[in-house]
Design a protein around this ligand. Structure first.
Ligand SMILES: [Zn+2]
Length: 281
């Protein structure tokens, strides 16, 4: 794939990006790690533990002091490089709370990085200085329960909460649709001028884009409610009807998203579960 792997891309003064070579159906061209600051820097979403990527980040840091290595959440494509990079740069890991789901059982999810440890956790609104400017955590649960966005000089590093190339995967047990939509609404109350997501291009019209994302989820919810209103249906049946022409690699994720909607609707008393099937209440 022709993408700027391991290259330092300067996006604006004090904000640069390095793309990791971990392309997939879920990561687009790969994870984008960001460097913020000039005299002093911080790294946002160091990415997967790939030696070439860590070398590229180290080269981009170019010997400058590193105030923090910050993770938006602990999916395996975001946080595993934090530890090796922290060891190389002697920087603290500051950001989201550690979260490791079980490897088996009802809360199993192999996409989490169970080795992540933070030196300091930022709560919603918590901040720290990087190169004389504040980086502020904006808690945005939904994609994962520990997801943070980071605001810096009018830009918002949106992780996987808002992405420039695709809608966000919201899959139970940790993904929560109601929390996700509430976190989108939270961003609508803000006036960030640009979003830099972990995957895909920057979002230069944040307000309009977030409104569109909320509308898309409302549309999907209505569609699912319509389908289970016709008759009792199981999730694969709902996916087949709601996502025609779906990339087969995304069938499981789409099923997870449908389940996230159904659990939210169930909580609101709008649908009922009957074994594997769902029906409008
Ligand atoms: Zn993620």
């Amino acid at each position: 794939m022709d993408a700027p792997y391991s290259k330092l891309e300067q996006l604006e003064p004090g904000i640069a990006r390095v793309l990791a070579r971990n392309p997939s159906a879920f990561t687009y061209y790969g994870t984008q790690s960001y460097l913020i600051g000039m005299e002093e820097v911080a790294v946002i979403d160091p990415g997967p533990d790939l030696p070439a990527h860590i070398d590229a980040l180290n080269e981009a840091i170019a010997g400058r002091p590193v105030a923090a290595i910050m993770c938006t959440h602990t999916h395996r494509d975001h946080s595993p490089a934090a530890r090796p990079l922290a060891e190389r740069t002697r920087a603290p890991i500051i950001g989201c709370v550690p979260l490791a789901l079980e490897t088996v059982g009802p809360r199993a999810d192999a996409s989490f990085d169970g080795d992540y440890v933070a030196d300091r956790v930022l709560e919603d609104g918590g901040s720290m200085a990087v190169d004389g400017e504040l980086v502020t955590a904006v808690a945005t649960p939904g994609h994962t329960s520990n997801h943070l966005c980071f605001a810096y000089r009018g830009a918002l590093f949106s992780g996987d909460h808002v992405m420039g190339w695709s809608t966000t995967v919201v899959v139970p047990p940790d993904g929560d649709m109601a929390a996700y939509i509430a976190s989108l609404e939270k961003l609508r109350q803000r006036d960030d001028r640009i979003y830099y997501p972990a995957h895909g291009p920057a979002v230069t019209n944040p307000q309009q884009y977030v409104r569109h994302l909320v509308g898309h989820r409302m549309q999907r919810e209505k569609q699912i409610l319509g389908l289970v209103g016709q008759r009792e249906r199981e999730i694969p049946d709902i996916v087949a009807n709601a996502y025609p022409a779906l990339d087969p690699r995304l069938t499981i994720a789409a099923g997870g998203s449908v389940l996230a909607h159904l659990l939210d609707l169930e909580r609101r008393g709008l649908v009922e579960r009957r074994g594997e099937a769902w029906k409008a209440a």
